[in-house]
Design a protein around this ligand. Structure first.
Ligand SMILES: [Zn+2]
Length: 300
């Protein structure tokens, strides 16, 4: 007896909860689904995209599909999960089939089979962690509506592992960012980079770095170049650094200036020290030292 029985009928719908279940010639006992869920306290461990990492999650819903024929059997379990840490709700799918498994031997020489699970999530898990200044609905800056739309799509492409489209999206994000900074959209990429330097938005080093990003994006757009995950990460590092420097940091500095202004208005003015004038203190006479009774405030 195994999870995939000879007559093509699944022995248990909840196999994915026990991926390392041993299957031997003598057979293995697979608990009923209700029993499994009860033993797991209706919880399941899963990667929470919101608070990050493997978390215990409450199973809020479960549905399983299975099918196949005498040669091939498959199963897909759908779980609606709620993270016990942050209450985030998401969908997890766990797929297995009769062809994908690891085979091993137990100490008693009995044969064991571990079916390989393919796990999916919706919303998908991020391939790249967004910087803290990128929120669900945009970035921490003002006047960047168009850039935000491009960035949201770009992160979506990265999460979906669409490498060529991600490369093109980065080039487009640079284009839109430059336009948002007042650079003429009809200029070539080289002309845009030069304008950004001449107008003080970036330095020479930034120009070279962004030039590499634009070249890579162009290669994806025009020659179908497929960047590796490492190359995509480097490209995103360059783009995020540019956007942070050009939009986020100035917006935060401006907000901090306003806070400083308000704070300064609320601070009581310093009272002037009552310095007693003495005869001869002016015109080259003896100077009065602090130790002679005049109190000086720090920083005076
Ligand atoms: Zn969580």
């Amino acid at each position: 007896m195994s999870e995939y029985s000879a007559d093509g009928v699944w022995d248990n719908a909840c196999i994915s909860l026990f991926p390392s279940l041993v299957v031997s010639d003598e057979g293995a006992t697979v608990p009923a689904e209700a029993e499994v869920l009860a033993s797991c306290d209706n919880k399941r461990k899963a990667n929470c995209a919101k608070c990050g990492g493997i978390r215990n999650c409450n199973i809020r819903g479960h549905y399983d599909e299975k099918g196949g024929d005498e040669d091939f059997l498959w199963s897909k379990n759908w779980y609606i999960l709620q993270c016990c840490g942050c209450d985030y709700v998401f969908l997890q799918t766990v797929s297995t089939n009769s062809e994908d498994y690891h085979q091993f031997y137990e100490r008693d020489d009995s044969e064991g089979i571990e079916y390989i699970e393919t796990i999916g999530f919706w919303p998908v898990l991020s391939n790249r962690e967004k910087p803290e200044w990128v929120g669900e609905f945009g970035i921490d800056a003002v006047g960047v509506d168009k850039l935000e739309i491009v960035l949201i799509e770009l992160y979506g492409a990265l999460d979906s592992d669409l490498k060529i489209l991600s490369g093109i999206g980065m080039r487009t994000a640079f284009d839109v960012a430059a336009e948002s900074l007042g650079v003429d959209a009809s200029k070539s990429f080289e002309g845009k980079l030069e304008s950004l330097v001449s107008e003080g938005h970036i330095g020479i080093v930034d120009k070279d770095r962004l030039g590499a990003l634009v070249d890579a994006g162009n290669a994806s757009a025009h020659r179908g170049w497929i960047p590796t995950a490492l190359e995509l990460n480097t490209m995103m590092d360059i783009l995020e650094h540019f956007i942070y420097s050009a939009f986020v940091a100035p917006a935060r500095a401006k907000a901090l200036d306003e806070k400083a202004r308000l704070m300064k208005a609320g601070v009581p003015a310093r009272k002037r020290s009552g310095v007693k004038k003495t005869k001869g203190a002016r015109g080259g006479g003896a100077r009065q030292s602090p130790s002679a009774g005049t109190k000086l405030e720090p920083g005076s």
